[in-house]
Design a protein around this ligand. Structure first.
Ligand SMILES: Nc1nc2c(ncn2[C@@H]2O[C@H](COP(=O)(O)OP(=O)(O)OP(=O)(O)O)[C@@H](O)[C@H]2O)c(=O)[nH]1
Ligand SMILES: [Mg+2]
Length: 220
């Protein structure tokens, strides 16, 4: 009996489109990041805090993925940069095909860096490669230091882990050393930045990280 594994077929198709996205972005000289986290960990706040530090040097574009509403796109659009909204209409992650359509709506020749804010979800977004240069995840310290081992895939897939909301450290029982250790058990190569969108701590380390990857990527 022939069985079709729908999940595997979908992922295979996603990988093919992700490869097309990557090729398209490279052809237009665009460096790209996929920013993922649970709802409310601070993805939009991170963009709003850090884009002003980058936008005089690089031409920045943002794709905002949300289940519903254009709220995040409006927050980021207020920075005066190019923003494209994807409303997934209930789908809990962005996939490569959604991003592919968005890439056709953006004038990629006018961009140096494309930042994609994924739908808030700690599980599904990690399963779908979008064709970007690197994936970044946020874990806010209000979510608990046990999350790396409970939700390992996103930690495996990410090149950088941002521990956000460190301004709240006195208020929550979050053991930063434990979270670091568990994340590195899962992904020994993961880089980690402690950050607060509220106080601004770590923001320059984050923009420096983007600049380093941008220059290493060889896009022009
Ligand atoms: N105290 C504190 N609050 C923060 C920090 N970063 C974000 N917040 C708050 O956390 C809430 C959620 O932040 P968002 O930036 O909307 O989070 P998000 O990950 O984009 O959320 P979704 O797009 O809905 O998944 C907001 O009320 C922010 O003001 C931080 O570093 N410290
Ligand atoms: Mg957001």
């Amino acid at each position: 009996m022939h069985q079709i594994n729908v999940g595997e077929d979908l992922r295979e198709r996603n990988r093919e489109i992700a490869a097309e996205n990557h090729e398209m972005l490279r052809r237009h000289g665009v460096f790209s990041l996929n920013i993922m986290s649970a709802p409310g960990a601070g993805k939009t706040s991170l963009l709003v805090k850090s884009i002003p530090l980058l936008k005089d040097k690089y031409r920045i574009g943002v794709i905002e993925g949300d289940l519903q509403t254009t709220r995040d796109a409006e927050r980021v659009g207020a920075l005066g940069i190019e923003v494209h909204q994807i409303q997934t209409g209930g789908v809990c992650h962005l996939d490569a095909a959604m991003v592919h359509s968005a890439l056709h709506q953006l004038d990629l020749d006018l961009l140096d860096i494309l930042l994609i804010e994924n739908v808030g979800n700690l599980v599904c977004p990690a399963e779908f490669d979008l064709g970007v240069d690197a994936r970044v995840m946020l874990l806010s310290i209000t979510e608990g230091d046990d999350k790396p081992k409970k939700y390992p895939l996103m930690f495996t897939e990410s090149r950088l882990l941002i521990l956000n909301k460190v301004d709240l450290i006195e208020m929550v029982d979050f053991d930063i050393a434990r979270a670091r250790r568990e994340a590195m058990d899962i992904n020994p190569r993961i880089e980690i930045i402690e950050l607060s969108c509220r106080s601004g701590a770590g923001i320059e380390e984050w923009t420096g990280w983007i600049e380093k990857l941008y220059s290493e990527s060889g896009v022009e």
